[in-house]
Design a binder for this molecule. Structure first.
Ligand code: ADP
Length: 761
């Protein structure tokens, strides 16, 4: 801390001549000063420690020279602050005077001097010191570095804050050495600015990091002003350096936050609830990317413009409640992009509070969850289809047994009735209705994927080519049928009859969608479904597939219809036109064959069904189309073990087989079948068994019975099977199958066919 000069000022009068000394002392005391006297250097020492304001020092002293004394006083930091007025002899030369000033004397007078002259001089010196100390006090007490440099740019003064900060002695701060304190990265800029200012004489400001005594750096703002004389010449540069580290780091932090806001892919919105209608006051680039609106279009508006007709009012109410009660709230809601396309947003809104805890703004973070929601919907749809399939399969199973019996006895009855019997017509109508019911049940089974398949290695091109003629008949003359078949095409392993059914159903639908004509195109392609596809389509596996694509130019469908077309009994066609089972069947067949189906359609833009079937490893064998056509009333006398848990079906089968001449052993359960097999010592030529039985599957039963009767051939009968049996290979071509509901002729023919074929080795 600096203190102002004491009042009255203390003066030591050092003079060897007692008369001269006391004359001056009196004059000084009259002028109001506190005066001590000393006749020698030695006496002076008594007072120097008290730091007198001024020492009037004669050059000639009995014990030394005033000039030397002046130097030692000025060199000792404890005494240097006292002003010294050197009084020289009139004989002393101007050399002495110069020397005296050089060694630090603050004033100089040569004898002869009168006391008044000395007093006037002393007053002037103290006034000057007084002013100087004011300035000093000023520069030292302001919280900045204050500096001064010569017109040529060399620094010559800095306040003590600079030395404290840098830890440097004054000698290392003058000239241009201060540049060394600047961070290397900022140094060139600082130097250029300074040199330019000195060269042009313009005030300047520059920011740089300055090294502290401890080696750390802090940001400073340096400002410099030229100080000119009356002719306009620059005499000094005066400036300050202000610590702006806190602002700079806060600024950098803000910039970082701003860049982070710009970088995130989520949309970020800030709204101001204190303005009318809580308008958006900030929107991030992420918001632009997601919504298609520019920031400019969003600012000043309530977020409402993002909502549309299908945005859930309940969700909006939940959101409003969150805002009203200033609670952080997260919702998923349907928004609309600028181009009108819907986008599902996950939106988290949180209140922003000021220091007083008042809500000043809300910040909303939006992310696009459309894809995830679509996936969930696909998954839900798949699960729903699965459940409906289960139900349909169960119904079909029971119906098949009933229809076997109804149709079986109907046919037998019809065979017995004479051609002109009046009942014939009625029975015939009954069996026809039964057959239609059987066809419907087959479709249900196909949908529920519980149908017994007879897959073979196939070339889909050949299926399309063989079926072309029939399809043309189905679609009629107003619709063109175009094919675009890739060749060579990889093989697939599917049931040929089922693929034909798929093509037929798709063609029928295409026809119905093009009442005024158009084009149906069938395409085949080898395709590879990659990981990306599998990711976007739950339940699919990447790999090699063969695509069968049917596109029409019909009326297409709305998204709502598209979402439901695979549901059984869903139809938009009038009663009696559509059954709603066509695509359900297609779906079931494709799924059971290990494939996938995708639909693309928009109202007025036709429809495309893409079916992907897995590529088969084996090459195509020349496939004989439909084996096992009925032969006329085949008969035999072999022994047959009949295993069937449904009493009515078993009774019908027994009747058919006995009437065909066979010996029939009957069993209702697996246990009964085993007992019968053990009891029978003679050979059993054939086992006719249901595939699905309560306690033991047909396949396991067969394996056990074959141990006892290895000669036995096997016919599986089923209207229903589950995927496990199909996968375990029961449905391979070499295994014999009869699909329920079967006719008496079909059973008799199949039995004969098996008994007459070469035994499997
Ligand atoms: P159906 O043909 O008996 O109505 P589907 O299961 O075959 O039953 O089809 C269900 C519904 O899907 C149809 O009623 C129709 O609305 C729609 N659909 C199917 N195929 C097409 C198509 N190619 N173009 C337009 N809509 C179709």
């Amino acid at each position: 801390m600096f203190t102002l000069p004491r009042n009255p000022a203390t003066i030591v009068n050092v003079e060897e001549n007692a008369l001269v000394r006391s004359t001056l002392t009196n004059s000084l005391r009259e002028a109001g000063f506190l005066v001590h006297e000393a006749a020698s250097a030695h006496e002076l020492q008594r007072f120097t420690r008290e730091k007198p304001d001024l020492i009037v020092l004669g050059v000639h002293l009995p014990d030394g020279n005033g000039v030397d004394l002046c130097r030692s006083i000025k060199e000792d930091p404890d005494t240097a602050s006292s002003l010294i007025l050197l009084i020289a002899d009139d004989s002393s030369q101007s050399g002495d005077r110069i020397r005296g000033l050089e060694i630090g004397a603050d004033g100089f007078l040569a004898k002869p001097v009168n006391a008044d002259e000395v007093v006037a001089h002393v007053k002037a010196m103290l006034r000057f010191r007084h002013n100087e100390e004011h300035y000093h006090l000023l520069t030292e007490s302001i919280p900045h570095f204050v500096w001064m440099a010569r017109a040529d740019g060399q620094a010559e003064y800095a306040n003590s804050r600079w030395y404290e900060y840098t830890g440097l002695p004054p000698s290392e701060s003058h000239g241009l050495s201060w540049l060394q304190q600047i961070h290397p990265s900022d140094r060139l800029k600082a130097r250029k600015t300074w040199e330019n200012a000195v060269a042009t004489g313009f005030p300047y400001t520059v920011e740089y990091r300055l090294r502290r005594a401890d080696g750390s750096y802090r940001w400073h703002l340096a400002q410099g002003l030229p100080f000119r004389d009356e002719r306009g010449q620059i005499v000094k540069w005066i400036g300050t350096c202000t610590d702006i580290h806190a602002q700079k780091t806060a600024e950098a932090e803000l910039r970082l936050r701003d860049r982070a806001l710009q970088a995130v892919s989520e949309g970020i919105l800030i709204t101001d609830p204190r303005q009318i209608d809580n308008p958006i006051i900030f929107a991030s680039p992420g918001f632009e990317r997601l919504s298609g609106y520019t920031v400019g279009e969003a600012i000043g508006h309530n977020c409402r413009f993002l909502q549309g007709k299908d945005t859930s009012p309940d969700t909006l109410a939940q959101l409003r409640e969150g805002i009203r009660s200033a609670r952080p709230t997260t919702v998923e809601l349907l928004n609309y992009r600028k181009d009108g396309t819907p986008i599902w947003m996950s939106l988290s809104v949180s209140p922003i509070r000021n220091e007083e805890g008042e809500v000043t703004h809300f910040v909303g973070v939006q992310s696009d969850v459309t894809e995830r929601r679509q996936m969930e919907q696909q998954l839900r749809q798949a699960q729903k289809m699965e459940a409906v399939g289960q139900l349909a399969g169960g119904i079909a199973h029971d119906f098949n047994n009933l229809l076997t019996v109804i149709n079986g006895y109907g046919e037998m009855l019809l065979n017995r009735l004479k051609v002109d019997d009046p009942l014939r017509e009625s029975v015939s109508e009954m069996t026809k209705a039964g057959e239609r019911a059987a066809a419907l049940t087959r479709q249900l089974l196909a949908f529920s994927r519980k149908q017994v398949l007879a897959p073979s290695i196939l070339d889909l091109n050949s299926v399309v080519i063989d079926l072309e003629k029939m399809l043309r008949r189905v679609i009629g003359e107003d619709i063109r049928l175009a094919t675009d078949l890739q060749s060579p095409l990889d093989a697939v392993k599917v049931d040929r009859g089922q693929v034909e059914q798929v093509l037929l159903n798709l063609a029928v639908n295409a026809r119905d969608a093009m009442p005024r004509g158009g084009q149906l195109t069938l395409r085949t392609r080898n395709v590879a479904l990659d990981e990306g596809y599998a990711r976007d389509h739950p339940y699919t596996h990447p790999g090699a597939y063969v695509a069968l694509v049917a596109s029409d130019t019909g009326h297409g469908m709305t998204p709502e219809v598209k979402a439901r077309i695979f549901e059984p009994f869903f139809t938009t066609k009038g009663p009696g036109v559509g059954t709603g089972l066509g695509l359900a069947t297609v779906y079931g067949i494709v799924k059971q064959s290990g494939g996938y189906i995708e639909v693309f359609s928009e109202p007025g833009a036709g429809a495309t069904f893409e079916i992907y079937l897995p590529r088969a490893e084996r090459a195509v064998r020349s496939s004989k189309s439909h084996p096992g056509e009925a032969r006329p009333a085949p008969r035999g006398s072999e022994t047959i073990l009949l295993v069937e848990d449904d009493d009515a079906v078993r009774a019908l089968s027994r009747l058919i087989l006995r009437q065909s001449g066979y010996t029939v052993l009957e069993a209702r359960t697996a246990q009964e079948a085993r007992d019968a097999a053990f009891r029978r010592a003679e050979p059993i030529q054939l086992l006719v068994t249901d595939v699905v039985m309560p306690e033991l599957g047909g396949r396991e039963l067969t394996e056990r019975l074959l141990i006892v009767h290895p000669e036995m051939r096997v016919l599986f009968v089923s209207g229903y099977t589950d995927d496990a049996i199909v996968r375990r290979g029961v449905s391979e071509e070499e295994v014999n199958f009869l699909q329920k509901p079967f006719t008496p002729l079909a059973l008799a023919s199949k039995v004969r066919e098996i008994l007459d074929s070469m035994p499997a080795s």
